[in-house]
Every structure is written in C-alpha cells, then in structure tokens.
Design a protein around this ligand. Structure first.
Ligand code: GDP
Length: 474
C-alpha cells in the first residue's frame, strides 16, 4: 500500500465537478480540489455569520453554512466542508459544497466556480489525483470504481475488501520477497569477477517455488473472483418452443424476451442480469438449436454456440410434454462430456402438461446421466429448486478461495499470470544452471508485472484507460 506520509503532495491545477448524479434530488455535492482551491471556493462563498470569513483561515474537516453568489446574485444556500492538504481524498486542498439538488442550481454553482478559476474535472480525475499523491494505490482506485458499479452483495463485498487494501498488502509482500531475491542476484553480478553466491541456489529455488505457488493461487482465484464481480454468465439452450424465453422472463420478472408459438423466434441472443441471493447472473437466451435454412436464424444459431463455449453455467431445457422428449438425450450427454457436469443443469420443462412428469424426469436422468430439475416455467413451479442449484454452483467455488484476497479484474489476472510465468522461467533457468543475469532478468520482469497491478510500475496510457472508465466527479 502507498505510504502517504512519505510522499510529498503535488497540488495540481484547481478542478471542480458535481460528485452526485445529475438530476433532481434533495442535495447535490460539488467538489473543488487543487492548488488554490480554498481561495477559489472562497470567492463565491459568503459565510452567514461572518462576512470576513476565508476558507484559508478554517481548520480541516469543518463545515460552514453560507451562501454562494455569482455575478447576477444569489445562487443557493449551501454547506461547505473544508479539507486541508494532505487530509483530503485527493490529498490536495479541497472544498465540498452541498447545495440543493437541481440541475440548474448545480449548473450555476459550477459556472461560478469556473469563473473564479477552476476548470471542469475529467472523468476519474479526483481519484487519479488520490492515486498520484499516494492516498490509494491503483488497485484500490479500481476497487472504488467496482464498488460504485456493484450490483450484487458479493460484488460489493469483494470490492470493499479490495478497497481496504487486503489484496494490495498481499501483493506488496510478494513484491518485497521477489525484490530481496532479485537484489541478492544483482549483487552477485556486481561481484561477478569474484564468483560469489550471496544466496545458495537451493535456498533460492525453495523461495521461488513458494512464491510461484502463492502467485498461482491468486491467478486461480480469478475463476471465482470474476463470477462475483462480473456475474455468472449463464446460457439457456434447447430446441425452439422448449420454453427458454418463458424461463428468462420468469427469472427476470419482466417481459423482456418475446415469447411466441412460432418455432425459431428468438433469432439472436439477448443478455440480461438478475441477482439471486448474493450472486448476479448474466442470462443469455439463445436462438433455438436446430438446423435452419434461413440465413438470419443460422447466424443466431452460430452465435449461440459461441456463447455456450464462453458460459459459466448452461441451462439445457427439454420440453417433456412432447412425445419425443427423450430424443435429445444424446445431445445432452455430449454437452455433459464437452462442458462438464459442474457447468450443466438439465431442465425438464412443462411439467404442468403431463401427468407422468416424475417418471419422465427419471427416464431423462437415466438416459443422460445428469441431475434433472423438473419445472413449469409458465407457472413458476420448480423455480426455487432451479435457483438453488444455480447458486450451489457458485457456492462450491466459494469454499476454494480466501474471499478477502480474490482477483476480480482481467487486468490483474493477466499481470499475475505473466508474473507466475516469469517466476516459472526463473526456476527452469535455475534448474538448467543458467547464468545469474538471465535468472535476475526473469525476476525483474516478475517484479514489474506485480508492480503494474498496484501502480508501482505504470504507464500514462494505462492510467488513462483505467480512469477514463470513472464518472466525472469521482
Ligand atoms: P422458446 O422458443 O424455447 O423460447 O419457447 P417459449 O418460451 O417461446 O415458449 C414456447 C411456448 O411454450 C409458449 O407458448 C409458452 O407459453 C409455452 N410454455 C413455456 N413454458 C411452459 C410451461 O412450463 N408450461 C406450459 N404449459 N407452457 C409453457
């Protein structure tokens, strides 16, 4: 984690932006940060009880009640909260105005601040400054973004853990250990004439193996972390008219997909999210899986297969009211073998239409070798069992990983995988009695990859990509 006490604060040019959603509400918050922020904010503000008041004379973390004026007169009554550098989110001088939450009020207040010397903030600029000034590391900055966008309890919890710095701490420890091994090797290089070893090769191997194992654990946790932060990619497959759109609508609780009697109406795929208990599922209804002459429908079917390949969970739906309900058993078995039992839930739909539903379900179980959930998508019967099965799949993964240090972002996953590979290369080189400089080179790379995650080693381009995703005022 960054050490905010050691790093000097750089106060950049003053910026202002609304920090709350633009719209009608009881209150809106406008933030001002940067060099001279207290003076600029003071130009538009008059304290109710003290006409000579200046923000520069105020302590930090103090609220002042007063009025904001522009050239034409009174803008609004506000509360102004003062933060003095380095005790603010950006570590710069900051003032936060709470004004009444109307779009026109906000526009006037911002305009007054621009005229007094601020410029409009870029998306994510406040958080970027917090990072640049060592208030938070890059991982924590991203976690703030993830927390704001979290739509499920699990995604929120994971982001909070990351914001607290659990993963940052773990990565800093790993980095420290890599640094020590690397430093010893580099010292040997400085003394290369004298042929000394500052650390025995056996010891180094032991350390690197431990490091690799720990990095690999983090790499593997992405499988779970991704499900929590992005949601479980779920596809519903089955023949046209099996009831896929009906199930989708029931799960989403709204008429999103067009339900129709004509086979082949779900030509493309649609994706919608819903949260069950703590987990978010991203649902895709696919075009019916049948041979088709029609070009558009064929394209839809092609896309369906691609979606199935990428899915975390497949709901295979059979219509058990049809006389040939066992016809697809072979296809289901293929799905089971290709995608794995853990990913597949077989649904026997339309149980309300046949009196011998239980018997038919047993037959499907025998023929496919899969557990089968009986369902009436139309009447909602069996939905609870289905949802329970869907949640179980994610809970199974829960137990595999320490939830406080999960990797949830593709960027972090890629860097960690690269780091793990680099340590692996160093180990191979060590085994092959390769030169010290080659091993040191691999460890340096591993260090850089880990440093990329928290922002110790970072390019301007990467920062732009990360902070552009934030909203203005964050
Ligand atoms: P899709 O082509 O697989 O998306 O199938 P749809 O959801 O469009 O459903 C096809 C037809 O079956 C519609 O008329 C639905 O109302 C009907 N249907 C779907 N599920 C059930 C069910 O559980 N019971 C009954 N009786 N009809 C259903």
């Amino acid at each position: 984690m960054p050490d905010q006490h050691q790093q000097p604060v750089i106060q950049e040019d003053p910026i202002a932006a609304i920090a709350t959603p633009l719209g009608i509400g009881a209150l809106a918050v406008i933030r001002v940060s940067g060099r001279g922020a207290l003076d600029i904010a003071g130009k538009v503000f008059r304290k109710a009880v003290d006409p000579d008041f200046r923000f520069g004379d105020s302590k930090g973390f103090v609220a002042h009640f007063g009025r904001v004026y522009d050239r034409d007169g009174l803008v609004d009554e506000v509360v102004a909260l003062v933060f003095r550098s380095p005790g603010s989110f950006t570590r710069e001088d900051m003032v936060e105005f709470s004004c009444h939450g109307g779009p026109v009020v906000v526009r006037h207040l911002l305009q007054a601040l621009y005229e007094a010397g601020c410029r409009p903030a870029e998306p994510g600029e406040f958080t970027r400054r917090a990072f640049m000034n060592g208030r938070i590391d890059l991982l924590q900055a991203e976690a703030i973004g993830e927390m704001i966008h979290a739509r499920s309890e699990s995604a929120y919890r994971t982001a909070v853990n990351q914001m607290q710095g659990n993963l940052s701490l773990k990565l800093d420890q790993l980095r420290q250990r890599l640094l020590e091994s690397c430093a010893l090797l580099e010292l040997e290089l400085d003394f290369s004439e004298e042929d000394v070893e500052f650390q025995s090769r056996g010891e180094l191997k032991e350390q690197l193996m431990q490091l690799k194992e720990e990095v690999q654990k983090l790499v593997d946790s992405y499988q779970h972390g991704r499900l929590l932060s992005e949601g479980v990619a779920t596809v519903i497959v089955g023949k046209p008219n099996a009831g896929k759109s009906t199930l989708l609508n029931t799960l989403l609780g709204e008429e999103r997909a067009i339900v129709s009697h004509m086979p082949g109406t779900t030509r493309d795929y649609i994706e919608e999210c819903f949260v069950h208990e703590k987990t978010m599922f991203r649902l895709t209804d696919t075009a019916g899986l049948r041979e088709s002459d029609e070009e558009i429908e064929r394209e839809g079917i092609g896309r369906s297969y691609r979606k199935i390949g990428e899915a975390d969970l497949i709901l295979y739906m059979l219509d058990i009211s049809q006389p040939d309900y066992l016809q697809e058993a072979e296809v289901v078995r293929e799905f089971r073998d290709t995608y794995g039992r853990a990913k597949l839930i077989v649904i026997a739909n339309k149980t309300d239409l046949v009196p011998d539903a239980e018997e038919r379900i047993c037959k499907i179980q025998e023929e496919t070798g899969c557990d089968v959930v009986g369902l009436s998508a139309k009447q909602g019967e069996g939905m609870e069992t289905l949802l329970k099965q869907m949640s179980n799949m994610v809970e199974g993964l829960d137990k595999l990983h320490d939830a406080s240090v999960l990797v949830t972002s593709l960027r972090h996953y890629v860097s960690l995988r690269n780091a793990s590979d680099a340590v692996g290369n160093a180990l191979s080189l060590l085994g092959a009695y390769a030169g010290t400089e080659l091993i040191a080179f691999e460890l340096r790379s591993a260090l850089d990859y880990v440093g990329e995650i928290t922002g110790k080693v970072v390019s301007e381009e990467l920062l732009n990509v990360i902070f552009d995703r934030f909203c203005i005022g964050k």
